[in-house]
Design a protein around this ligand. Sequence first.
Ligand code: SAM
Length: 326
Amino acid sequence: MRDALGRTIDYLRLSVTDACNLRCGYCVSRGEGPACPGGSPLDDGEVLALVRAFARLGVSRVRVTGGEPLLRPGLEGLVGGIAGVAGVRSVSLSTNGVLLAEAAPRLAAAGLSRVNISLDTLRPERMRRLAGADRLAEVLAGVDAALAAGLRPVKVNVVVARGCNEDEVPDFVRLASERDVHVRFIELMPIGNTGFFTPERRVGVAELLERAGPLEPLPEGERPCGAGPASYFRPRGARGTVGFIGALSRCFCSACNRVRLTSRGRILLCIGREGPELDLAALLRAGASEPELDAALGAFIRLKPARHRMSAEAGPARNSMCSVGG
Ligand code: SAM
């Protein structure tokens, strides 16, 4: 389906839990009030009913996210169910990788196509400080398990923040040289009640490129599948690639193709601004028929805003990453 601006909406980011086993400073909310608004979490049947509604309207790619999605009990069954929905062509996963080594073969067998792994440092001590625990060995085992299970392309997402990990950009470029992974450097975004974002902490795409050193532009045809908003390069002689995503430096809203569903069944049309939101779970639980769900969803998606409102200077968008899923 298309939104009011003619953008094709075919990609759903589906949060399946608010819980997480890491505490990354830029992501975890602090302070009062519920971090993740809405009613009770969706059960598997409700998730599938809503994914079917999105698919009837033209969504063909679903990314499972969270919180940390591997904390959801029975995730393979849910992934298998989503992969079986008519119209869904691919199911991918965003994970911090801590529990991936064991889960990767089962997820691949269930129908998962590929995986993005979030990892901001290759130094154990630093991971303890940035993410609240040193789980580096498990995450790297998860990267290898994903490659071995064929969950390709395997992408490694690195959020770069000044004073935290900007000096590791060359180390991650080396990771893409040594392993068949696609490392994506992601600009810090002002989102959530975290108190983390400051304009000084943001490292823009131009500086990330500079820190990465000499890179060769990747021809259009060699971009990894599901390449989305990143611009990609290949370090000389490397197996993998490196990409750069900067929602603030290089706004890609005009090509935005996605909507987000929280683990409590609320739809969000833009990660970088508040509202509008629709409580799809409430409609489903009130007994809405398929045509009623489709009509409400279709009308709502047409309200997708033209662009985000994030800026380095304005206050953060109040969406909580733990409920929105990145
Ligand atoms: N737990 C999963 C993971 O680690 O990929 C899925 C959820 S996590 C919220 C999804 C992505 O959002 C991660 O790559 C994380 O680094 C990114 N993220 C969270 N807060 C962010 C922020 N303020 N700026 C940029 N990226 C952020």
